[in-house]
Design a protein around this ligand. Structure first.
Ligand code: ATP
Ligand code: MG
Length: 426
């Protein structure tokens, strides 16, 4: 039996995980400036948290979910996205209560699961970094999330991305638009893809998101939702744009843009990039928007929400394609070279003392010859080596060698503060 990882699943190995840590640390640092705090919710939830009683006709929920009966016959699902679980936690923990700060602002990072056809930038277990702000329907908070996403990308050294916004308006907007869209699409129904013919009855807005080229051609001539906005929806969208302009955030409007989940309304946005990593095609890195009905749908009060999720794998593909200085495997400060078996205990002791003092230190565990140990120290990019033999131990002195230029200095083994100071000095 040859064991293999499942299709669409990926191992993140040492050397790569440093890049993940860097992204997560950058997210934490940037989001903290906007006062978003980290939340960690379970990977496994009740199936209904995602499907909900209203039903979600999106592909993500209806086709791509990893759902199953657990041993207690509960219908459960691995989360396909972060928002529903965060909102479930918000409601369940009564975070809407008066003893909390509002809006309640959180960020998260972690794996998501979707049963999709794996390809570059599309996996079955992938990762998102996301944010949610719950409890305010003000346009300032829509724009805050967009600004924060943009700030995050710039912190990573990315500048040539495109921010695209649209609005899905309120319920009345969508009712009116729904009718106009059905009126437009019905005579063309026979030309739509099989999927979209089903969508025409279930959720015609979904057709705007179709990846089928023929559907896309038909969609190009569809009426615009922007012509159906109620006064209130128009005012919200106008304010979003005014704020974006005031913050010098460049954006485009795409009136045909919708989102892959049914719970969105009002402002939605995507941040896209064209990169050699995607064969110079445009890909969406970050997607989000407002979801004012979701908290109530999950049993909470009628409070508003807005947020975004970004694909970490896609972001890393972009960063790796730009000869970017991504962090690598961390190197030891010092490598202790063991001359022979007689000093192995002394080496173990010194190694331990250095590590306890906060120095990243390494030694040989394979009984290698001295020359091979130096080779290993080079491979690890150790900044210093210290060679320890019987002679050194007898004299309680040893040569500290700076690997970069070979410069050696004598250090006293009975005074670790001297050694540590020299290592720290570099
Ligand atoms: P797409 O249209 O590319 O399928 P989506 O609308 O399904 O995207 P969202 O649910 O909005 O995507 O998720 C936000 C981000 O998460 C996407 O912009 C993308 O960067 C990332 N993402 C989504 N699905 C996957 C996947 N299967 N593998 C890797 N990243 C993904
Ligand atoms: Mg998708």
């Amino acid at each position: 039996m040859r064991y293999q990882k499942l299709k669409g699943m990926v191992d993140i190995l040492p050397g790569e995980s440093e890049q993940w840590q860097y992204l997560e640390a950058t997210a934490q640092r940037v989001f903290q400036n906007y006062q978003y705090h980290e939340i960690r919710t379970p990977l496994l939830e009740q199936y209904d948290v995602f499907a909900r009683s209203s039903g979600d006709s999106s592909d993500i929920v209806s086709k791509e979910m990893y759902d199953f009966q657990d041993k207690g016959q509960r219908h459960v699902a691995l989360r396909p996205e972060g928002t529903a679980g965060v909102v479930r936690a918000y409601v369940e923990n009564k975070l809407f209560g008066p003893d909390q700060i509002h809006p309640y602002k959180v960020w998260y990072h972690g794996p998501m699961f979707r049963y999709e056809r794996p390809q570059s930038g599309r996996q079955r277990q992938f990762h998102q970094i996301g944010v949610e702000a719950l409890g305010s329907d003000r346009p300032e908070i829509d724009v805050e999330t967009i600004a924060m996403a943009s700030n995050f990308l710039q912190e990573l050294g990315l500048t040539d991305y495109k921010i695209v916004i649209n609005t899905l308006g309120d319920q009345e907007t969508r009712q009116n638009y729904h009718q106009a869209l059905v009126d437009y699409l019905t005579p063309l129904a026979a030309q739509l893809s099989a999927d979209s013919q089903v969508r025409l009855h279930k959720n015609p807005l979904r057709i705007l998101d179709s990846k089928d080229p023929q559907d896309q051609e038909i969609v190009a001539g569809a009426p615009s939702i922007l012509d159906y906005l109620t006064t209130a929806a128009q005012a919200h969208f106008d304010q979003v744009q005014e704020l974006l302009t005031a913050l010098n955030i460049n954006y485009e409007i795409d009136h045909n843009m919708v989102r892959g989940l049914d719970y969105y309304n009002h402002t939605i946005f995507e941040i896209m990039m064209t990169s050699p990593a995607f064969g110079n095609k445009e890909m969406t890195l970050i997607a989000g928007g407002r979801y004012n009905g979701l908290v109530a749908e999950l049993g909470g009060p009628d409070v508003a929400g807005v947020g975004f999720g970004m694909g970490v794998e896609r972001l890393l593909l972009v960063l790796q394609a730009q000869t970017h200085n991504l962090p690598q495997l961390s190197s030891p400060d010092i490598y202790l070279v063991t001359v022979d078996e007689t000093v192995t205990v002394a080496v173990a002791k010194l190694l331990s003392q250095l590590r306890w003092a906060g120095i990243s230190a390494e030694r040989d565990y394979l009984a290698k010859k001295v020359k091979a140990q130096f080779k290993q120290a080079n491979r690890l990019h150790a900044r210093f080596t210290l060679t320890l033999g019987e002679q050194e131990l007898a004299a309680q002195t040893a040569q500290l060698k700076r690997m970069q230029d070979g410069q050696e200095t004598l250090v006293h083994l009975d005074d670790l503060t001297e050694l540590i100071a020299k290592i720290k000095k570099g």
